[in-house]
Ligand binder design. Sequence first.
Ligand SMILES: *Cc1c(COP(=O)(O)O)cnc(C)c1O
Length: 367
Amino acid sequence: MSERKLLMIPGPIEFAPEVMEKLGQPTVSHVAPAFMESFGRALELMRKVWLAPSGQPFIVAGSGTLAMDMAGANLIETGDNVLVVSTGYFGERYAELLKRYGANVTFLQSEVGDVVPLETVEAELASGNYKLMTFTHVDTSTSVLVDAKAMGALAQKYNVLSILDGVCSVAGEEIRQEEWGIDVVVTASQKAVGVPPGLALLVASEKAMSAWRNRKTAVGNYFCDWSLWLPIMQAYEGRNPSYFATPPVNLIQALERSLELILAEGMDARFARHKRLANKFRDEMRSLGMIFIPKSETVQANTLTAPYYPEGVNGGEFLGKVGQNGVVIAGGLLPSHKTQYFRVGHMGIVSEEHIDRTVDAIKKALN
Ligand SMILES: *Cc1c(COP(=O)(O)O)cnc(C)c1O
């Protein structure tokens, strides 16, 4: 068997051996005391990682898109006005998703490689009668980073509920959900949270939970309905048996372990490591003459990088060669620019050594 390649795409990523061990353990009952303890602890630790001490965490089998769906399904009623602030592919996804629940969506799209200016967002919030705003912290198609703190402040100022798509940022980019006043922060296990694909994760503020409680109509999605899931989360947090839909036992045990590792590093140290390694990687790419999709350093994500292919380089061949050199990186995702750029994920347990191996594989491929 050939040696496994280093996985440097924007999710799934490299996972800690201690996390992977949990997946291979004999599966216990979803109501075994030891599992209730793991599930309960995972919920408690999520509040610390999200920096949302009074938030309500949810852990459900699914991917990041399901977490987006759950937030939308529970907060939207037909006819609600929603502002979707988009920096790429995943903003478009959120707009499409919310329309399914009857949302009346206003869509603000940034220029490729840039953010929607805060003044534009503010002018729209001031003019409209919005219930909710969504924005993508790091759009994985462009590697553009949005100023989540400033966006949270705007949502607060205009008393609009906010959902942050943090699928490519939670546990990698700085997010202080409660301090920044963001109502729902969603993610998936396979990105910076550091657990193989399969978990939809979110934390909702008290304001979001009360908006849900005050709905006039039933949630239009059975599997996502917080009426069915909230009692389950509460039961596990109280270490009591309960059942709505079978939880992915081993994945949740792996999540508990990964959250412990994240908190052992410390959130500030973790944000700083992501920043340092992102800068290191981009300095290396710059020294090879590369430029990036984001138009300036201030909107560059720390969890991934999206460089244009250097002049004369065939993207498909280049990605293939990097793969032959032992590192898997990703092609473009934004339809209009797909063949012009590539993407390298650097999040989770990413280390100097991972960056060095990736840079070497890229240099060799270019030669
Ligand atoms: C990956 C990603 C998603 C989708 O997550 P899935 O787990 O693939 O469903 C949504 N938003 C962002 C920003 C992402 O990076």
